[in-house]
Design a protein around this ligand. Structure first.
Ligand code: SF4
Length: 228
């Protein structure tokens, strides 16, 4: 830019773009109703950008490096810090005000289970099977979320799992699939049981609590391969 427009004009353009950035950040913070750390971050960034421009003059570029590298480095870090905090506070405020919708049950078999859930009673194996077979997924999900929020509030836990795909050789040719291969196609593979055990061991060492094992429909693997 300095070469094309001259140093003074390039600095003016940079100033205009920086003002535009501050305006854009303000618009985002206002539009999303971001909390005070976002505004504090904008103030800090605006101050530092102003300081950056005070370091560089058209007839004195001796502090160009300090302006471009040092100050910009601080701006990036502080922006991340303030807006990260703003996003965290915003998220908590947003989801705290989130009310669960009313429960609607279309599968009447779920009614006695819902009564047990509301009474805090333990479900039986038969209840579990009925839940598993129910086509009323929204009600099942609602009840599951009800229990989760009752036990843990607005906190969700995830387990650490490891996917093991024993083979990508598959005869099904599903149209959506980018994983399956014909037996002799490039990239086709088939893990031995030892390789699978080694991957499982490595996963367990790295903290996996669950293994998700799924693979292609191999035409020749015997039942024992899966059974073992
Ligand atoms: S790997 Fe799974 S999704 Fe892919 S073609 Fe085979 S069965 Fe279908």
């Amino acid at each position: 830019m300095p070469k094309k427009f001259g140093i003074a004009n390039a600095l003016l353009i940079a100033r205009g773009m920086h003002i535009g950035v501050i305006a854009l950040l303000g618009w985002l913070a206002f539009g999303f109703g971001l909390p005070w750390p976002a505004w504090a971050g904008i103030a800090v960034v605006a101050f530092l950008l102003g300081y950056e421009h005070s370091l560089v003059k058209a007839d004195d570029l001796s502090k160009l490096d300090a302006a471009f590298f040092t100050v910009n480095g601080y701006i990036s870090m502080l922006f991340l810090l303030f807006w990260g905090a703003a996003a965290a506070v915003w998220r908590v405020e947003f989801f705290d005000g989130f009310e669960m919708s009313e429960l609607t049950i279309t599968d009447q078999q779920l009614k006695p289970i819902a009564d047990k859930v509301f009474a805090g009673e333990r479900l039986s194996i038969d209840d579990g099977i009925r839940l598993y077979r129910s086509p009323d997924l929204l009600a099942v999900g609602w009840l599951a979320n009800y229990v989760r929020e009752k036990k843990h509030g607005n906190v969700t836990y995830f387990n650490v799992n490891r996917h093991i795909n024993p083979t990508n050789i598959c005869v099904a040719h599903c149209k959506l699939c980018a994983f399956g291969r014909d037996p002799n196609a490039p990239g086709a593979y088939n893990f031995s049981l030892e390789e699978i055990y080694a991957r499982a061991e490595q996963g367990a060492r790295e903290g996996a609590l669950e293994f998700h094992i799924v693979g292609g429909l191999h035409p020749d693997l015997p039942f024992e391969y899966f059974w073992k």
